[in-house]
Design a protein. Structure first.
Lengths: 253, 150
């Protein structure tokens, strides 16, 4: 009689499979190239990796000249907005498992702003129109008890959605009107105007509404919802623009 | 060697704010209002012409002449004509504003749109109000059959 042997397999954690992903990146080096061109890279990645990890792997292991912006890498600083498979996304919030990795992933700089190098664009025109809507609290009166300006929960909730903006320019650079027209304020500027127009503590709503009630202001919006789709913070951008339009029509916030 | 890629958008030249009537705002409101009215007018028009009674087979010269003789349908058609042409013209104007970059091409395209809208509105309004199926004094063989029954 044979003795029963115990199947003594060592406990090995289940191996997470990695796979090869092809990234096609739109490169442009102003010192060498006349115009941008596409370059592919093969990277070994896990489903939990992000597009930013893939770009890091390329930069650190394959081609150190690849240029892109990123700071916090956790979806807060708004540095790494780029066009991923034709949609504006933050590279640090786009997971491999959410993309179709059987096909190449196309990565390029956001559109509508001057391209400087690889994935970096000149953000100045974007910030210019942001500054123009006076994105700061204007209150000339002194608070009641001399300390703070109090708000009810409802007053705070009125503009809560638009406080989430991180100025990554994903919305503005997804807007077809912004792509062609250098004058249009763009969704991000209107979102940040909305944040103060509907703030009960602010006293300059009329001025901001006047700024946006311009040929290049909110009336340029065609409600294509590209901006709402692009926003990495889930801000209902098109709705905010529509609320500003309503406020201009009624003449008050 | 350094090459710069041309800025993708037309240059930033925001002009000083002009006082007075804000055409852009009223244009936007006009698009919304006329759009809603046009839905009723156009679908009412299609329903009456194509579905009521004998349907599409009832359409002929006499049918149109009959409609244009009634003040109700005259008003309906003129309203539809004006609202739709200005709605379409304004829509094309916004497209030109978006995509035509130079002042000259902008001016030419907008002028052409204005010209065609005005011409079509004038001609259409003339037809609706001055249409006469049986002009007096015309030779009988050129008149439609319905005139002899009048």
């Amino acid at each position: 009689m044979s003795t029963a042997t115990i199947d003594n397999k060592p406990v090995v954690p289940e191996e997470i499979k990695s796979f090869t992903v092809t990234l096609i990146v739109r490169r442009f080096n102003p010192e060498v190239d006349d115009e941008p061109h596409w370059q592919d890279f093969d990277v070994q990645l896990y489903p939990t990796d992000r597009v930013l990890d893939a770009l890091h792997k390329i930069k650190w292991e394959q081609d150190g000249s690849l240029t892109f912006r990123r700071s916090c890498a956790h979806g807060i600083c708004g540095s790494d907005a780029m066009r991923i498979n034709g949609r504006n996304r933050l590279a640090c919030k786009t997971l491999m498992k959410d993309l179709d990795v059987t096909k190449p992933i196309y990565v390029e700089a956001i559109k509508g702003l001057p391209l400087e190098k690889d994935l970096i664009v000149d953000m100045e025109p974007f910030f210019d129109s942001f500054k123009e809507v006076q994105p700061f609290l204007v209150a000339k009166s002194t608070p009641v008890d001399g300390k703070e300006r109090q708000q009810t929960v409802a007053q705070r909730a009125r503009f809560d959605d638009t406080t989430k903006c991180i100025l990554c320019a994903a919305c503005t650079s997804s807007c077809p009107v912004f792509w062609t027209d250098g004058q249009y304020f763009g969704p991000a500027a209107i979102v940040n105007a909305h944040r103060f127009i509907f703030d009960s503590r602010d006293e300059n709503a009329a001025v901001r509404l006047d700024i946006l009630n311009d040929q290049e202001g909110v009336w340029r919006c065609r409600t294509t919802f590209n901006c709402t789709d692009a926003c990495p913070r889930g801000i209902q951008v098109t709705q905010a623009i529509a609320e500003v339009k309503q406020a201009i029509m009624r003449g008050k916030a | 060697m350094t090459s710069t890629i041309e800025a993708p958008r037309s240059p930033y030249t925001r002009s000083a704010k002009k006082r007075g009537l804000n055409w852009e705002k009223w244009g936007w409101i006009y698009m919304r209002v006329s759009g809603v009215v046009l839905i009723v007018l156009i679908f009412g028009h299609l329903f009456v012409n194509l579905m009521v009674g004998e349907g599409v087979s009832a359409l002929n010269f006499a049918f149109v002449a009959g409609k244009l003789a009634s003040p109700f349908w005259q008003t309906w058609d003129v309203l539809m004509l004006w609202l739709a042409l200005i709605h379409g013209g304004n829509g094309m104007r916004t497209l030109v504003n978006d995509y035509a970059t130079s002042r000259i091409s902008r001016g030419i395209l907008k002028g052409a749109i204005l010209l065609s809208v005005v011409a079509l509105i004038v001609l259409g309004t003339l037809v609706v109000y001055t249409f006469d199926a049986c002009p007096a004094g015309s030779p009988a063989d050129l008149l439609p059959a319905l005139c002899s029954t009048l």
